[in-house]
Design a binder for this molecule. Structure first.
Ligand code: GLP
Length: 257
């Protein structure tokens, strides 16, 4: 795991966008895994800025969202397919049909989850997976207690996650769905690179567990300690609980030199 502690979310966005840009220069047909939530928004703004400046193109790229709520109407603006179109896909040059998400509107969510997992494999797997982290340590929507080997599946959201996400639903937890389809931890672990972004003091405990805690289903993100190519981009408030922060800074600086 490589850890960068950077001054601002905008600095993080630049580092993350550099990695995506260099991947797409090497491999224009790369497959990106996309995360929702507020954390990746500065990154999506940065990618849009670079697209508008002619520095990056998604014309041969496919994307797969991490997850989707179950129970929202298909046109609900907070549905993750709509969210990702609004904040990235529709702002750049992804070809029509190249941005994928779990299809929670077929009437058979278990089958839809299996089909989605297969679609990722059929596309050649995810080259670079962008990740946020929940305050309870979830990645995608893999809540505590889930299997580290899980594939894309239907899952239940914790009350904390629903409380955290109520801000997208008029602050009303009763409007937040209780279920989702999410890429499994086993699916996420097959990505070529896992790029996790965490900002703000609200994520400090989850980040402390992610980087320095024991690998445990209590904090699902800790499985990334076993990922051969995981990069964790943090701002100072998110990194405040790390015992070895100065060492990580030194290692990151040496890698950049
Ligand atoms: C959401 C998403 C995750 C996201 C996380 C954190 O519920 N399912 O993919 O990483 O929770 O969200 P935020 O970035 O808004 O804090």
């Amino acid at each position: 795991m490589r850890i960068a502690i950077l001054p601002t979310p905008e600095d993080i966005a630049v580092v993350a966008a550099d990695r995506i840009q260099s991947l797409l220069e090497r491999k224009p047909s790369a497959v990106l895994g996309l995360a929702t939530g507020s954390t990746p928004l500065p990154l999506y703004d940065e990618l849009t800025k670079r697209y508008e400046a002619g520095e990056i193109s998604f014309a041969d790229t496919q994307s797969f969202n991490l997850d989707e709520y179950v129970g929202l109407p298909e046109d609900h603006p907070e549905g993750y397919a709509n969210f990702i179109h609004r904040f990235l896909v529709d702002r750049v040059d992804f070809p029509k049909g190249a941005a994928h998400g779990p299809n929670v509107w077929t009437g058979d969510n278990d089958q839809a989850a299996a089909d989605y997992d297969k679609a990722i494999r059929d596309a050649g797997g995810i080259d670079l997976q962008i990740l946020g982290i929940g305050a309870d340590g979830h990645i995608g929507f893999n809540e505590p207690g889930g299997s580290f080997a899980s594939r894309t599946h239907v899952d239940v959201l914790t009350e904390q996650t629903r409380r955290d996400n109520a801000r997208f639903f008029d602050g009303d937890i009763t409007k937040v769905p209780t279920h989702c389809i999410t890429q499994g931890l086993g699916t996420i672990m097959e990505s070529g690179e896992a790029l996790l972004i965490a900002t703000g003091a609200g994520k400090a405990e989850a980040v402390r567990q992610l980087v320095e805690g024991a690998i445990s289903a209590r904090w699902p993100a800790t499985i990334l300690q076993m990922h051969p190519n995981a990069i964790v981009l943090l701002d100072e408030p998110a990194a405040q609980g790390l015992e070895l922060a100065d060492f990580y800074r030194e290692v990151w600086a040496k890698h950049q030199a």
